[in-house]
Design a protein around this ligand. Structure first.
Ligand code: TXD
Length: 308
């Protein structure tokens, strides 16, 4: 019996999520959107391509929440994406009302699901979903740090001309301009990058990582990055579905960890069959901790604007 994966939002990221979920046979896929025909059309197109990748996963589209009934995993991209010149925070008001509606739909039709929130502003949206749905914190997580860490890894690999597979990195804090790429924890096959890359180039890579989302938005002009965000969420979903105990930077509800009480913030965590199985507290030096605390303060300010 295949698992059921519901994708709430059938747009740019939702389409890649559906394709990757189905073609990797992570489970049967239901693509949900409010636009009539959009999820059904995308699902039918992907289903017709399945013989070419040998996938027997069922793919369908829905405009009613009944279609997601009993989903084991829910990934949420419902909401507006940035346009050039916009910050992620500019999306708060519009996406907040959407997220409340989505949280009620998921609560009522997929009450046992593991939920990955992608919509921006991420730290506020995942908090909103948790508050409205009432789901336990291990079953509600935000996708952000894994994407930011992946971007950091790519930039380091390109700088050194090495395989992306051999670069590990961690970006913590809020998913915005205050995010914290932890240089000391970035290695190439265990070798700290401070032994391999000059300081000024590391600083340039850190800044590019923090601005990477905006760099793509400026180029696309009509939307934001969608392949790398989708692939990041797929890693998280697969870690849960296959109980892989992967360690990722994700937006997790911190209740005491890092001295944070009751906020979703990007921290290292272990994802397995139970969802977010634990948060890992890493040591930070004074400079790193100061940047992390400033990022947490920004998340606090953002969440303070939310009226549930
Ligand atoms: O790292 C991250 N977390 C970010 C997240 C990385 C990139 C993109 N980030 C955010 O994801 C972005 O700022 C948006 O808030 C979401 C989705 O981005 P995407 O590029 O997929 O946006 P689209 O293509 O506009 O798709 C959004 C879909 C669209 O088809 C709408 O019709 C649908 O959401 N939508 C809804 N679906 C269900 N229910 C409701 N109420 C609804 N409203 C809109």
């Amino acid at each position: 019996m295949r698992k059921k994966i519901a994708l709430i939002g059938g747009g740019n990221i939702g389409g890649v999520l559906a394709e990757q979920s189905a073609y990797r046979e992570l489970g049967d896929v239901v693509l949900f959107d409010v636009v009539e025909g959009l999820p059904q059309g995308k699902a039918l197109d992907m289903a017709e391509g399945a013989p070419l990748v040998g996938s027997d996963a069922r793919i369908s589209g829905a405009n009613d929440y009944e279609g997601i009934a009993g989903a084991d995993v829910v990934i949420i991209t419902a909401g507006l994406a940035r346009k050039p010149g916009m910050s992620r925070d500019d999306l708060l008001k519009t996406n907040l009302s959407i997220m409340k509606q989505v949280a009620e739909g998921v609560r009522d039709h997929a009450p046992d699901a593991f939920v990955i929130v992608i919509s921006n502003p991420l730290d506020a949206m995942v908090y909103t979903f948790k508050e409205v749905s009432g789901f336990p914190k291990n079953r509600v997580v935000g996708m952000a740090g894994i994407l930011d860490s992946t971007r950091f890894r790519s930039f380091v690999a390109w700088e050194l001309g090495v395989s992306v597979k051999d670069v590990t990195a961690m970006v913590l804090g809020g998913h915005g301009d205050t995010m914290v790429p932890l240089v000391r924890y970035c290695t190439v096959a265990g070798i700290p990058i401070e032994q391999l890359i000059p300081k000024d180039r590391i600083e340039a890579i850190v800044e590019r990582t923090k601005g990477a989302g905006g760099e793509v938005v400026a180029l696309l002009k009509t939307g934001s990055a969608f392949v790398s965000p989708a692939l990041s969420a797929i890693e998280m979903a697969e870690a849960h579905l296959r109980d892989k105990k992967r360690v990722f930077a994700c937006a997790c509800l911190c209740e005491g960890e890092y001295g944070i009480d009751g906020l979703y913030v990007g921290v290292p965590c272990v994802i397995g069959a139970e969802g977010v199985e634990r948060v890992i507290e890493v040591e930070m030096n004074e400079a790193e901790r100061s940047l992390f605390d400033a990022s947490v303060d920004h998340v606090k300010e953002l969440v303070a604007q939310i009226e549930i």
